[in-house]
Design a binder for this molecule. Structure first.
Ligand SMILES: *[C@@H]1O[C@H](CO)[C@@H](O)[C@H](O)[C@H]1NC(C)=O
Length: 215
């Protein structure tokens, strides 16, 4: 009887989720984003399925860096725009990190992440949550893959001498991004609160915050 219950529970668990995504399950094969529509559903509204073409599921150019660049940190991030991924619980990006550059500690509140190294070598890792704050990190090379559980703080550090690039897949269409440094110092938190949070004095906080509030 107990074995039977366990089997049923396992089947229910296996059948009830896609396992890799927490966004809602789609109700049709695809919902190619109609970027011209002003109607918003949970995601972008769908293009007429009869008008969907292979190019709606295609993007060419992840062999090169692109997108937005952070001079401060030495990385660039290119969100891969595939309209056919709308409502499918995924997003993808190429991230380049220059020698000496970092994608600083951050987390995605709504997504787990898997990264494949396309070029170079990078020190990549994540921290478990409080109270352990245990570091799980590795030096990754071309062809290596590393996974980051949902919501955990992670980083990329190119401490080598050659440019590094990764291809990241996130398990949400809208993963969200919280950069720890910005969350603390670029925002509106009062310096005295920050000083108490960081177990330091206001002068030290002002010194660090000046770099974040300059832009
Ligand atoms: C980068 O940092 C990691 C962790 O400290 C270290 O294991 C690795 O050897 C470093 N790589 C280089 C090229 O210095």
């Amino acid at each position: 009887m107990a074995a039977m219950l366990l089997l049923v529970a396992t089947l229910v668990a296996l059948g009830s989720g896609r396992g890799d995504a927490f966004d809602p399950n789609p109700l049709q094969d695809f919902c190619v984003a109609d970027t011209t529509s002003k109607v918003r559903v949970n995601g972008l509204s769908c293009k007429d399925p009869a008008a969907v073409v292979p190019d709606d599921f295609f993007f060419s150019g992840v062999d090169k860096p692109g997108g937005t660049t952070s001079k401060r940190y030495g990385f660039s991030a290119l969100a891969v725009p595939i309209p056919g991924l709308n409502t499918l619980g995924q997003s993808h990006a190429r991230v380049d990190v220059a020698p000496g550059g970092v994608f600083p500690p951050h987390y995605h509140p709504r997504a787990a992440e898997t990264a494949v190294v396309l070029e170079g070598s990078v020190y990549f890792g994540f921290l478990s949550s409080y109270p352990d704050n245990k570091l799980f990190a590795k030096v990754l090379r071309k062809g290596d893959v590393f996974a980051v559980p949902q919501g955990l703080v992670h980083f990329l550090y190119n401490n080598g001498t050659a440019p590094a690039a990764i291809y990241a897949t996130l398990s949400s269409q809208n993963p969200g991004l919280v950069l720890l440094g910005d969350a603390l110092f670029a925002g509106a938190l009062p310096d005295d609160l920050l000083a108490k949070t960081l177990l330091t004095d206001k002068h030290t906080v002002e010194h660090i915050a000046a770099n974040f509030r300059r832009s």
